[in-house]
Design a protein around this ligand. Structure first.
Ligand SMILES: [Ca+2]
Ligand SMILES: [Ca+2]
Length: 231
């Protein structure tokens, strides 16, 4: 027990190059929604929701001994990419260069608090909760740290908007309890952009997503090669 607490089982002396089952091909599960039974029989909707392993066709069936996975937009095009860290090997970056047929928005929050002297201290707004409303739907996201094993997602918050072209409302509850709201007029131009928001400030910086074609994405091509096991 004492050795376990010291992490001896995860030391190089114990694990080294070995892996229990890490060198199996990685899986990538796509939520394909509801798949009705083939015989047309009625079934409970919750029982017919399915996931499909799309690792092979997307080129993400890496054979390395992968451990952590994080989601972030590495190239600022508004589409979320994946990075996987691999045991005793370089990480693998998968740039998402599939054709973009949906809208989205990324909110980068900067929180503030005051010290005892009243001086403003800026922070990453970890714990901030954002509610975003588009016609017919309200979504909630939270700024989180330490969100995965041996990995961490990006701090900016991504909302997929489907085919919505406007945002009806955004409400931010900052970690210090302050609430900031933006209506439809104030969120005009936010769709398919990075929106930088500072707590308590009405000055918003809106940076449109960088369009990225396949031809102009050498990193994307590299990632596919890496995914197929090329050096
Ligand atoms: Ca693996
Ligand atoms: Ca991206």
């Amino acid at each position: 027990m004492k050795q376990y607490k010291q992490g001896v089982f995860f030391s190089d002396n114990f694990v080294g190059e070995n892996s229990w089952n890490g060198y199996e091909r990685n899986c990538l599960f796509a939520n394909v929604g509801r798949v009705p039974p083939a015989d047309g029989a009625k079934a409970d909707e919750t029982e017919t929701r399915q996931f499909m392993d799309v690792a092979r066709p997307t080129g993400s069936d890496c054979i390395k001994d992968s451990r952590g996975v994080a989601v972030a937009d590495f190239n600022g095009d508004g589409k979320l990419d994946l990075v996987i860290n691999n045991n005793n090997a370089a990480p693998t970056l998968y740039l998402n260069d599939v054709k973009k047929d949906y809208n989205g928005v990324v909110l980068k929050l900067k929180g503030s608090m005051r010290d005892r002297e009243g001086k403003i201290l800026w922070n990453d707004a970890i714990g901030a909760r954002v509610r975003l409303t588009i016609p017919g739907k309200t979504m909630m996201r939270q700024v989180e740290a330490g969100s995965g094993f041996a990995s961490e997602m990006m701090l900016p918050i991504h909302f997929g908007l489907g085919d919505a072209k406007e945002i009806a409302a955004v409400e931010i509850k900052w970690p210090d309890g302050q609430v900031q709201r933006f209506d439809e007029a104030q969120t005009r131009g936010w769709v398919n952009s990075y929106v930088h928001i500072q707590e308590g400030s009405s000055q918003i910086a809106v940076v449109p997503n960088r369009p990225l074609s396949r031809a102009a994405a050498p990193l994307g091509n590299k990632s596919v090669a890496a995914a197929r096991g090329a050096p």
